[in-house]
Write a protein that binds this ligand. Sequence first.
Ligand code: ARG
Ligand code: ZN
Length: 884
Amino acid sequence: MTSSSSITIYRQDYTVPPFLVDHIDLTFDLGPSVTQVKATTRLRHNPESESHDIVLYGEALELVKIVMNGKTLAKSDYATDNGELRIANVPDDVTLVVDTLIHPDQNTSLMGLYLSNGNFFTQCEAEGFRKITWYPDRPDVMATYTVTIRADKEKYPVLLSNGNLVETGDLPNNRHYAVWDDPFRKPSYLFALVAGNLVCREETFKLADGRDVLLQVWVEKNNLDKTAHAMESLKHSIRWDESRFGLELDLDRFMIVAVSDFNMGAMENKGLNIFNTRYILANPRVATDTDYANIESVVGHEYFHNWTGDRVTCRDWFQLSLKEGLTVFRDQEFSADLTGSDSGRAVKRIEDVRTLRQLQFPEDAGPMAHPVRPDAYQEINNFYTVTVYEKGAEVVRMYQTLFGRDGFRKGMDLYFSRHDGNAVTCNDFLAAMADANGRDLSQFERWYSQAGTPRVRLESHYDEKERTLTVSLSQFCPPTPGQTEKQPFLIPFAIGLLDSKGNDMPLRLKGGKDSGTSCILELSDASQTFTFVDVAEKPVISALRNFSAPVILEYEQSDDELLHLLSHDSDHFNRWEAGQRLAARRLVSLTKAVQDGQPLTLDTAFADAFRTVLSDTSLDAALRELALTLPSEMMVAERLDEIDPHAIHQARQFMRRTLAEKLEKEWRDAWDRNRTEGTYRPVPSDAGKRALKNLALSYLLALDNPVYCQMAIEQYNRADNMTDRLAALTSLVHSGCMNRHPEAKALLDDFYREFENEALVIDKWFSLQATSPHAGIETITTLMEHPAFTLKNPNRARSLIFGFCHNNMAQFHAADGSGYEFWSKNLIELDRINPQVAARLARCMDQWKRYIPSLRKPAEQALRHVSEQPLSRDTREIIEKTLS
Ligand code: ARG
Ligand code: ZN
């Protein structure tokens, strides 16, 4: 686990595999403390390779023996070094039999084969298969698999692997076996095995071509009543991929399994997707509207990988965004389409952009900044990032913005016809889009190769006499680690013009034809000027509509212009954006006022604008809720050169309290009038109402009025669903009510008792306390000692530790450095258990160089302390980059 010197792997060093695998037979004799793995692999020399060496990878394996073409190899027949096993000068065709022993019960990394609640699961992406057996564990080696699983029949009645079940039977000593056959060639990272005491919800489903497929959702027995939504989401996913992309399910059986110990969200193993329970289990009692929405999108995401990931996979791990960026884009479009309305699409877009800005922009501006297609890594697991996923999805979206839905579809069709069954690169995807649309996209490749968030400056001039509007756009991308100079990007810049009544004006570019009321300017140079003609009056510009490119827009618009956009823009995204810009502008000056000890004030015009939005019942509740949610503390931090977490927190609290006071009556009305009727349904319209109602409640609780505490307590007691219950409890805990109302305090205990047996709800219980602005280090330390807390379960560790270190800015950055000390202590401990999860925790300090001086010192101390410990390769890479 510990490594003194880390090796850096470079994209430029890619070489083809010397040997390819046609087929692998795997036999598992499962036991928790010892599992025997026998791998029989047929290898064939790759004519494209100069080398005749077989290179296998392995980690934490006990090698029993290797037999090559019938002959047992002696130690001197191969060389092992740093996780590589090399057999030199091998003939063209070989059969290799490798016997190994592994120890699932000692595997706390949750990579390879491990145990969760006594059942067996695997996670092989990115390089987990090498913890199962010695193998050419790289994505460009694709093989068909036959898997035999043998295990105790009583303890492990269910035995699953990829593909089709071909045989089952009994064995002596109360054991049994199953044989699975996967006819599709796949890389080892898509291998999966599950064995244990599980039950399933199943259904037969008819595909568009008339074939019947078996769909299954496997869970532990007590969770069977929480699988309906996942099954519905799966069926929606299948239908959507058929209709939007013409892509059908290629198997007779598709299985989903939920596991409570899991490092990430979920995994697209061929025909056997494995999920973190939090993205499967739902019923109204335990899951919130957000949980329901996340389940739908993650089930979609993993299902869509079957084509964008499994059928066409990545040549090497630098190409990760080829499958992840594309599949995130697909799941975003899926969720947007399922809302069934334009405003639903806008809500989804706003949420996605909020995530991008809140998490990816800081990454792109920090020590871990890397291109969507990275050039180098020490540990690939550190590159499952918001840049590869979310910025990657924005890059894919830009093709669709440039070529339209039809052009994008043509590109997808060409991509599959060229590359089905192969392991390819981001450039192959770009070439398919370019060729299908007859366009040279060489400049567009810079979105894959250059890190950093480009800034686009807009300046405009209206000529009243000529009735022309000139729009000058210029771009600049700041330097990032290893990339000082950047070339201009090709930026699709969507724009519209509003007249003084708020209507969209017709657009005509000089020398061009009419372009409707919204058009895409293509910015490709460092700076360019566009001229609109026949512009009847001085317009208000609606820039970067629907966030048409992942850039930071620098455009000075007056409050009046922003207020005009907020009330009239036909682009829902930009209406929201205008409100956020008005709020952010004020939060920045309020933060400065806090720092300078000046009195804090909020102008009436702003409060009135918020009032208008809040009372505008023609707008969907979901859109109003988004518009009235203030930019997060992290978003404000992004706009400041130096981060003063306490000043930011106070500024935002002041703004919330002031808006609560000034709009008290309207918040009350919003809370009263947005109750949902009848039984709970997780549909967008109802979810939007609940979101607005609960936002209103949280504003009202900022008033410190016992009446509202009582109102929240009643909402908690009356709630027939987790959304309303959790929102009430969170608002109570995060407001002053908790300390003044013994009744409120009792609810926390009540909640715990009620949901003691629902792990995912207990995670919520930990995290709502960890993120409270009142939760100091003592509260967190007490929670760490709670019997239900454990570092070994990633969800639990995240709920408390990440909740505090990542989502509690005010308390984590305590002036005495106690938050940082807490971070370093737990990071070191977690790293010994689970390097992958620890490396994520390490990222909490990304921004430390931008903290105010008094915090920089203790932050650096904490980082140095960590760096002096023996660390996993994962955590070492992050800490070194953070300190450099
Ligand atoms: N491919 C998975 C997804 O759908 C993520 C797996 C990441 N696993 C890991 N160990 N880094 O996004
Ligand atoms: Zn994915």
